[in-house]
Design a protein around this ligand. Structure first.
Ligand code: DGY
Length: 325
């Protein structure tokens, strides 16, 4: 008998067909109140779940006694209680690698947009406020040759370092839980303590996962170490930053600008003070959002799920202890 899969994310026809070959599929297209009620109804029959952007806590998952596997269409796994899943021997998989380059592109888009004031100046043209040649009040700052500081030297951090080093001639400094000699060799990168990095980098880019250790890693004290010409970029998770402290640092001129793809609460409230500031470029958690990459992520998640439901170890298993158990 085919296993029951609940999808809470729409897939391309090709991937739907692939899933249908192996499983009975229930699709919940929208996670509005109605969709959540349908999800709750479907959970008691589910062997597999596939989707993204939904906090799947014990309260929900206790409704799914037969659940064997969850395939998250994301690299981040902060929406899951990994200890709970491991205890229940539910295999959790994610989609690393396929989104690395695209997410690093987003990081660089934010670096360029903030430093060169792209959004602010493009709006000036669109709104008919471009009446004479630009003067110093509208100048930006250079990107090439400036110091790129990366906090969290995982795959995406490395892809940022590659762009900075080879593309823009930027000295690269980084902070992560341990030094990475291979990265240092490839990009001539230098390891720094967090405090040193915050004091020395022109661009401070967050690329680390949200965990109990990284939650609110960057707050008032950390912003105080940055320089007035520093530009802060976050493409990881909003909760790694104390957003009120970031707002205050921008208001006080402690940093020059911020490029933010992620926020403490998403979608970002329209009345967020961040949206009142010309030196903030805010994007809607679009790090991996290209046609090619989102399809590749979905394909990866489908293969992870089908492997798990067939009793095989998924290629991107997160909670390895659940497999060993
Ligand atoms: C990821 O893959 O984790 C992206 O941030 C989308 O959630």
């Amino acid at each position: 008998m085919k296993k029951q899969v609940v999808l809470y994310k729409k897939l391309s026809p090709l991937l739907m067909a692939r899933l249908h070959e192996q499983a009975e599929v229930t699709l919940i297209e929208n996670l509005d109140a109605d969709g959540l009620a349908r999800l709750r109804d479907a959970l008691p029959r589910a062997h597999g779940l596939l989707g993204a952007s939904l906090k799947l806590d014990a309260e929900l998952l206790d409704l799914a006694p037969d659940l064997e596997a969850i395939a998250s269409v994301s690299v981040g796994v902060d929406n899951y209680d990994i200890d709970y899943l491991t205890e229940r021997r539910i295999l959790l998989s994610n989609t690393p690698d396929v989104l690395t380059e695209t997410t690093a592109d987003t990081g660089f888009a934010l670096i360029l947009a903030t430093a060169r004031r792209v959004v602010e100046l493009a709006n000036m043209v669109r709104e008919g406020r471009w009446q004479r040649n630009l003067g110093p009040a509208h100048f930006g700052s250079d990107v090439h040759g400036k110091t790129l500081g990366i906090i969290g030297m995982g795959r995406i951090g490395e892809a940022l370092a590659q762009r900075g080093h080879f593309g823009f001639g930027m000295p690269v400094i980084y902070h992560s839980h341990s030094p990475k000699p291979a990265v240092e060799q490839r990009f001539n990168a230098q390891y720094r303590s967090l405090g040193e990095l915050l004091q020395q980098a022109d661009f401070i880019c967050l690329t680390l996962p949200l965990t109990a250790q990284t939650e609110r890693l960057i707050g008032t004290e950390e912003f105080a170490l940055m320089r007035p010409q520093s530009i802060f970029i976050n493409i990881s998770r909003g909760k790694v930053v104390d957003e009120a402290a970031l707002t205050e640092a921008l208001r006080a001129g402690q940093i020059r600008a911020a490029g933010l793809d992620v926020f403490e609460r998403e979608p970002l409230d329209l009345d967020s003070p961040l949206l009142q500031m010309d030196n903030v470029v805010a994007t809607p958690h679009m790090g991996s959002a290209t046609h090619e990459t989102r399809e590749a992520m979905a394909r990866c998640a489908v293969e992870n799920l089908l492997a798990a439901l067939a009793g095989e170890r998924p290629a991107n298993l997160v909670n390895v202890r659940a497999w060993k158990a």
